[in-house]
Design a protein around this ligand. Sequence first.
Ligand SMILES: *[C@@H]1O[C@H](CO)[C@@H](O)[C@H](O)[C@H]1NC(C)=O
Ligand SMILES: *[C@@H]1O[C@H](CO)[C@@H](O)[C@H](O)[C@H]1NC(C)=O
Length: 897
Amino acid sequence: MRRHLLPVLLLLLAAAASSLLAPAAQARTAFACAPGGPATSLPFCRQSLLLHARARDFVSRLTRAEKVRLLVNNAAGVPRLGVAGYEWWSEALHGVSDTGPGVKFGGAFPGATAFPQVIGTAAALNASLWELIGRAVSDEARAMYNGGQAGLTFWSPNVNIFRDPRWGRGQETPGEDPTISSRYAAAYVRGLQQQQPSSSNRLKLAACCKHFTAYDLDHWGNTDRFHFNAIVSPQDLEDTFNVPFRSCVANGNDAAVMCSYNQVNGVPTCADESFLKGTIRGKWGLDGYIVSDCDSVDVFFNDQHYTRTVEDAAAAALRAGLDLDCGPFLAVYTEPAVAKRKVSDADVDNAVINTVTVQMRLGMFDGDPAAGPYGHLGPKDVCTPANQEFALEAARQGVVLLKNEKRKKHGGGILPLRAAAHRTVAVVGPHAEATVAMVGNYAGKACRYTTPLQGVAGYVKQAVHAAGCADVACAGTQQPVAAAVDAARRADATVVVAGLDQKVEAEGLDRNSLLLPGRQAELISAVAKASKGPVILVLMSGGPIDIAFAQNDPRIAAILWVGYPGQAGGQAIADVIFGHHNPGGKLPMTWYPQDYLRKAPMTNMAMRANPASGYPGRTYRFYTGPTIHPFGHGLSYTRFTHTLAHAPAQLTVRLAGGHAATSSAATASLLNATTRAGGERAVRVAHARCEGLSVPVHVDVSNVGGRDGAHTVMVYHAAPAASGGGGAPERQLVAFEKVHVAAGGVARVEVAVDVCEGMSVAVRDGVRRIPVGEHRLVIGEITHTVTLGVEQLGGVGRDAATRKQGNSVKLEGTGFCAFRLCKGGDGDLKKVREGTGLVKIVEMNDCKRLNWKERRRMSFLPHRQCFLILKIRAFNLFQGETSKLHQPVEMQLHMGS
Ligand SMILES: *[C@@H]1O[C@H](CO)[C@@H](O)[C@H](O)[C@H]1NC(C)=O
Ligand SMILES: *[C@@H]1O[C@H](CO)[C@@H](O)[C@H](O)[C@H]1NC(C)=O
């Protein structure tokens, strides 16, 4: 989000709009369809009707002027229909937040539970934790809505891939891995939305996954997000940037998606019809609304000059499928755009229907919300002891133990400290007394804070505080380093709490260094040198920090990374240091050395390395250079080993719709296995029968150390060597599951590796294929090989024929198992479509690869016998075209109308 760009006209309009808005405090009484109100008897208020019909009815009653005022975040009311204004912009990234105007703290709701910033929650690698946080937040949010201090539409979570370590908003995300981000997106959204079972489709809140897509640059050098054109390959889009969004919509049933500021391949995402209507609504089936980032439409007009006129900009957004503008642009310029026929009333109607349908799913057109299913929630449900305890639990689960030196005697690590042996502990560093810094950005007002100093003080006889740095910047010669050194010299142990804050990494603020700010490193080393007892370094940050100096300093006994651990952060830190909690978090992103920045311009979106240019690639999936800490790193006070209990060695991929080769009534099916150089074989995911197709993996986790602990089993996939058509990841996390294991105990973890999602490879053109052959699954020290095959196909026949069916033409051939279509005429064998057909029937209604004219001819000359003649040559599935076994068969396919 950013400040609104409000030229005078817009300002006036916004003011006018907000005067129509019910003041927030009255939201509770300003519900639509109130008994005795002006609309009670109208169809849109009738709860017995389908929501979509109600939304249509409502929109059909509006004038154009009324509709366009509903296209913006501070939607105007329609008083004549008893509908109040509504502020769409509320936030709840990790607790109810007042970052947007929809949430106001104060009065009966002075604060809300502040859970850890998302990057830290992600480190817990525990999907049930993520969903439960969403649930807790949804209770507090609904309670605040009931009290007129929040909306019901929350623009959270942020599921952009944390691609570049400098990104100031990396803290808001679940990290760099598509699989973690996908699970996080679906789990958090489910928790927030509490969608009611199928038929009613009702929501407790509406979540919103943002910012679609390929957005993770805020401000780097001369480039900012408002002007950045991200050049993204179809491959990276498919297997990296879009993955969490797809999961959010398809698995999480998310009710909204937000498009970003940046362009992708020359088109602003909020004006990209193929993205919004095509991918999000079409392919993934979004049931909800698409909203712009704040002022995105204004940005692509004024900053990017994407369209010539304001009306063109409004029209481009609406035609692309944008339903709601955060910002006033569409309220101002849509009417003129319609008047100039740049966009149709139907487009406007569709947008409003999409937003109003979500409001109806939320119960906003059902009369008094107090009588609804969440009407009982109120101030007593916010900052409850249970929620606050849960914020502490979440913070503990997210702590990552990066380093723990061995004790000289007795074995074991220096951590945990024994309170009895460390009676006086110095707590130093710029974050020793952190409060607000612990909640990161997109936070609200916390219920309360426990600082690191308070946390440690709760365990020891005496906690001595000396900041050592005046603030996180720790710049200049005037820093109180000496006092901290002095405290360390006397104490039995020293805890240094250092790191970053929102002055270093934030929205609009990317870093240009991965080192600790100012003199922090100097402070830490000086304290370590002087300290009498062990030194524990605690790092608060969203992004990774190059702490090689501390890693290599034997006097620094242990290092913890705690993200921004939320309101209870200090308690969680102390609980880990003193062994009340055994840490189990793992890094959700790679910690690169500072030197990495030189080789990877932030503007280079490529995930894959390019050895020729020295470009190192990004994230553990593609970057193979040195790290400070690798993705997934995280120690425990105990030790875990894995044994494979059960996993199949082979699995057969079946083809969609196809059964046995002989079944004549088989529905249309197609195996599109292309043959590439090297005879490598793969099945297109689109043609595989994916449902339930997974590799069950059962792993026994043994706790061979002396303490109870929790461990996340991480299953990595490596595709057969030659696959990927260039650029399959080195390895890719495909499943993870967290489990408690008592000291000396064993626990079995069962995960299912989804074959279509986890074991497929996106090739250069972005098409996903499942390579046939030996796949490796790597789980800790175990490597397991699964051989994927494809079900057997029937023999090759030659009696193909065509059959018309509706508008499509079906090609039938008994038992040809593969085909290639070539453009007809004069031996022109220019390939128009390639595929491997399964046995019986092949659907021919997909003519995407035919050029435009041919498509037109086929679809627009309905009464003529307009034949497109295609020559079809059969070839053996895996031997390639030149099969010796089967002579090519030529068939003519007549495509009529
Ligand atoms: C995952 O989180 C939930 C919620 O805090 C917790 O109950 C559960 O014990 C956690 N699982 C593990 C293995 O830590
Ligand atoms: C088969 O794969 C090719 C290459 O990716 C693709 O262009 C073609 O459209 C596919 N055929 C079908 C029928 O999906």
